[in-house]
Design a protein around this ligand. Structure first.
Ligand SMILES: Cc1cc2nc3c(=O)[nH]c(=O)nc-3n(C[C@H](O)[C@H](O)[C@H](O)COP(=O)(O)O)c2cc1C
Length: 233
């Protein structure tokens, strides 16, 4: 593996998606995909799945950085509205979310991975995504994204669905593979024995590499004037 960035977010508004063009080229002209590990296990099953996709991205010449949300608590959105006054930043600075936003700025695509907990994504991933997308939707807007779920046995589809909802209200093209983006296992060894899951992750990495190239080359769609209504006015 040439370079598989592994960042630990644990160390550490509503800009509504759609009005910032995808960065056609970063300062160093490299394409980057940020892979977010929403498991408390830094190198568990979710990481193992993400790493497979990351390896394919790197083989295709796209930088892949795995960002671990860590084990420290991740605050849920307080709906304080501070990010509407200061777009691009969450007022709660005591966890990894602003670090995630900073990393997302220079990324051209994303893969968000989660273990399945009672049939849904980890609370830490959902809290981080809610806050990051609410505070800094423009850093995600228009960039290709994929969801990955790791379960011991069941609950992946609802998990993928919950993650993907963030993408589809942020104008993010959803990248897929040839079957559901899921692996099965209780340990990384189990995941590597899930041959179909392994092949799905590898294809996902290749498809994501193609998607970031295509979208980075194309300017964002011209935004229409957006209307906000609460259905009654
Ligand atoms: C609180 C909790 C709830 C879980 N719920 C489910 C579940 O609903 N379905 C399932 O198949 N596995 C469930 N699991 C197992 C994990 O999803 C599974 O082992 C996953 O691959 C672990 O990924 P990780 O090593 O990246 O943390 C649960 C695990 C925990 C800790």
């Amino acid at each position: 593996m040439t370079k598989l960035g592994l960042a630990s977010g644990a160390l550490a508004a509503a800009a509504v998606a759609g009005e910032t063009p995808v960065p056609a080229a970063s300062q160093d002209n490299k394409l980057r995909v940020l892979l977010v590990n929403g498991s408390p296990h830094m190198e568990g099953c979710t990481y193992t799945a993400l790493r497979l996709a990351a390896q394919e991205l790197q083989a295709a010449g796209v930088e892949a950085d795995i960002f671990h949300l860590g084990t420290a608590p991740v605050q849920d959105c307080m709906a304080c509205g501070s990010c509407k006054k200061h777009p691009g930043r969450c007022i709660w600075n005591q966890d990894c979310v602003n670090e995630l936003i900073d990393k997302a700025r220079s990324a051209h695509g994303f893969i968000f991975g989660s273990p399945v907990y009672f049939g849904h994504p980890s609370g830490r991933l959902l809290s981080a995504m809610d806050r990051a997308f609410y505070a800094a939707g423009d850093v995600f807007a228009g960039k290709p994204a994929a969801a990955v779920a790791s379960s011991r046995r069941a609950g992946s589809l609802a998990t993928l669905d919950a993650i993907q909802k963030h993408f589809t209200i942020a104008q993010m093209p959803v990248v897929s593979s040839f079957y559901w983006n899921e692996v099965h296992g209780f340990t990384p060894t189990d995941v590597m024995a899930d041959e179909e899951g392994v092949s799905i992750m590898r294809q996902l990495g290749r498809n994501m590499a193609r998607a970031v190239r295509a979208y980075a080359a194309e300017p964002a769609a011209k935004p229409v004037e957006r209307k906000y209504t609460h259905f009654i006015r």
